[in-house]
Ligand binder design. Sequence first.
Ligand code: SF4
Length: 354
Amino acid sequence: MSYSYTFNIPDLPDPPKPARYWSHSHDDAQTAVCEICPQHCRIKPGKAGRCRVRVNEIGTLTTPYYGKYTSLAIDPIEKKPLYHFYPASQILSVGTAGCNLTCTFCQNWQISQGAIPAANLSFMGPARLADLAVGRQMPAVAFTYNEPSIWAEYVIDAARECRKRGLRTVAVTNGLIEGKAREDFYAVMDAVNIDLKAFTDEFYRNLCGGSLEAVKETLRYAVNETDVWVEVTNLIIPGRNDSDGEIAGMTDWFAETLGTETPLHFSAFFPTYKLTDAPRTPAETLYRAMEIAQKSGLRYVYAGNIGGTRGHSTFCPACGEEVISRQGYTTRCQVTGEGKCPKCGASIAGRYSR
Ligand code: SF4
């Protein structure tokens, strides 16, 4: 059972913040071109980008949602989901409004797709967020609930404040970020969970308003060019992205590009937002996907958003010992602080408490 705890924080005054990661359009100095994500929005004065949180004010791009949060709670880290990053720990989690994708099946659509004015939201500066985590004895802070890259300026500033205080930093993201913003963002993260929503560009284009190649590129970058711990989530939607061929294509690419030690979470869909004509994902579909991924060589494959006992725990790839057991959000980790199986001493990928 989830044990999220929601805070009641009094408002503080919020300073206006100019955006980083943008330039003036070559053909119109008043038009801002946002450089955070591959949507490359050209934003005219008085208008916002596609994500709705980056606004051109008289020729300058601004971030009126800087530090403005819609959600603030304590979650088990398994809820992100991160299964190999300090298992059984808790994490202070924060998010704002908006998104650079328009997924028809978004489970947080009220905050990601709704029009929530910044003026209606409470403000919490980067240092105050980090102090709150310390005060609540949290070991880590997560930027989650909506897409964190669209308020990258705040996330990066807050993550730096967290690190100054010895806190770990986590992002749950759709991977749609590029260039200098991506470099700066990943430089201050300790762990990420990246959505790989499907393995066809058609799915990304028609159901999400994005591009598969951009997400694959961020996955490749995060795993191969940074020290960030990476786990990946694939939401399986019946009739949309659940064919054996698509899953096998994805898991073969995954093994080859991201390695067999990177955890993959298959997650069950339930009808929501604009996608109400597809049924819930049967548990059997997730188990079939797990078997396909295991045939591709992946060592840590999970089934989420379903009950039952299968697909939740971590087993030693060498001796088969159950090294991390999970029932709901109750987690028991036996992996040693050095990341070893307690029975045979084989390495278990991830980061663990010493
Ligand atoms: S972050 Fe927002 S404004 Fe910037 S390019 Fe992406 S969708 Fe457009």
